[in-house]
Design a protein around this ligand. Structure first.
Ligand SMILES: Nc1ncnc2c1ncn2[C@@H]1O[C@H](COP(=O)(O)OP(=O)(O)OP(=O)(O)O)[C@@H](O)[C@H]1O
Ligand SMILES: [Mg+2]
Length: 390
């Protein structure tokens, strides 16, 4: 008998529906249950052929348990090693390398110094930091969000340099990405399972949380949907995620990947709705069953991204081979020149009323973030140190 387990936290609807769906299929030698953990001993295999991980991003003990399970053969969905290494900024870099359009993006040193560091720890950083270069590359409006985060936490829409500095001052030790805003006509959130099962959901991020999955939106150009599907597959095969969501904002008919590092995506029936829920339950069950069938005892049963396999395994000795295999960028929409942006440094300072309005926008874009309108009055850009004292 091969066992499929699901490891989960607070979520209440998806895990049990997944277990029930696998078991309803009444396969002779495959069964599903909630993972049960007792003692975790190094190098000792678990009873599970497959584990779906929905929670190890929040529970480091579980992440360590899963790596130990994986090295003894359990097919963990998603690969816990890759998930530990991955973050949104790297994903953007990877997308650009494989020819999937992404907004222009940079990372910013954290506003506060990390614990146990001092001024000397930052001697490699230019002082003052290259803010003007950054602003003319990214432009405004822009989005500032954690380079390694999710759940719409600390996501800010910023309209100018002052607002950016005011908001950055609230982000403590987070490393933030600053990203060109894609002013979109359509927005999609897509489940991608097993690297090739794609479910595209029209999504309206400007609606309240429970009304974001649009059920009866206007018809969408088939060519756009085809591109979205193609990019979903490309990204997830390169990253090696078995279970992920990818978000795209469409501008001038081009899908820009906005957020594609969601290895435990929301699958709650109350937010995604019945139809999307049914898709995810059915396809997650089928994927887990496939993995259980192909499971080989004691072998490596994890999925690894083609990026790791193709690039890292060849690059030290044969960079030219890699370049040949992986240079589709010029042939794709990514090569399309982006719209020109006005460098902030050349902009006139906004009036007080404009500032107040802009901070409100930041609050709206980031309901979880504690935006402080008063803070917008501070912060002359050029004098800001990237990692001032706490
Ligand atoms: N570059 C951008 N252009 C336009 N809108 C953006 C951009 N970046 C983020 N957004 C908006 O902000 C929202 C949250 O950003 P993002 O999805 O990157 O953060 P998140 O914390 O991973 O969110 P979640 O986990 O809820 O998906 C997006 O759904 C989108 O509406
Ligand atoms: Mg998102």
């Amino acid at each position: 008998m091969k066992k499929i387990g699901i490891l989960f936290g607070k979520e209440n609807t998806f895990p049990q529906a997944f277990i029930d769906r696998v078991n309803e299929k009444k396969l002779k030698d495959i069964t599903a249950e909630a993972v049960h953990i007792d003692m975790v001993q190094q190098a000792k295999p678990t009873d599970y052929a497959v584990i779906i991980d929905r929670i190890s991003q929040d529970v480091p003990f579980y992440r360590a348990f899963l790596k130990n399970a994986a090295i003894s053969g359990t097919a963990v969905i998603n690969n816990p090693f890759w998930w530990s290494a991955d973050e949104k900024f790297f994903n953007n870099a990877l997308a650009e390398k494989i020819g999937v359009p992404v907004p222009k993006t940079v990372i910013l040193p954290s506003y506060e110094r990390p614990d146990d560091t001092g001024e000397e720890s930052f001697r490699n950083l230019a002082m003052p930091f290259g803010w003007d270069k950054i602003f003319s590359y990214v432009g405004f409006p822009a989005y500032m969000k954690p380079h390694d985060g999710g759940g719409w936490k600390s996501v800010y829409k910023v309209n100018d340099a002052n607002q950016l500095f005011a908001n950055h001052a609230e982000t403590q030790q987070l490393v933030m990405m600053l990203q060109e805003e894609i002013q979109f006509t359509e927005y999609f959130r897509c489940y991608v399972l097993g690297g090739n099962r794609v479910h595209i959901m029209q999504y309206e991020p400007r609606n309240p949380h429970h009304e974001r999955y649009v059920l009866d939106g206007p018809p969408v150009d088939k060519a756009i949907l085809k591109k979205v599907e193609e990019y979903c597959i490309k990204l997830n095969q390169a990253l090696g995620y078995d279970f992920n969501t990818v978000e795209f904002a469409i501008r001038d008919g081009i899908p820009y990947a906005i957020d594609f590092c969601n290895p435990a995506p929301d699958a709650d029936i109350h937010s995604v709705g019945q139809e999307n829920f049914d898709w995810i339950v059915e396809n997650a069950a089928d994927l887990a069953i496939e993995k259980a069938k192909s499971y080989q005892k004691g072998k490596m049963n994890l999925t690894w991204g083609t990026f790791i396999k193709d690039q890292f395994s060849n690059s030290p000795t044969k960079p030219e081979t890699v370049a040949k295999a992986k240079t589709p960028i010029a042939k794709t929409a990514a090569a399309k020149p982006a719209a020109k942006v006005q460098p902030v440094a050349k902009k006139a300072a906004p009036s007080k009323t404009e500032k107040a309005e802009k901070v409100k926008t930041a609050e709206k874009a980031a309901p979880n973030a504690k935006a402080k309108p008063a803070a917008a009055k501070k912060a002359p850009a050029a004098k800001k140190k990237p990692a001032p004292k706490k």
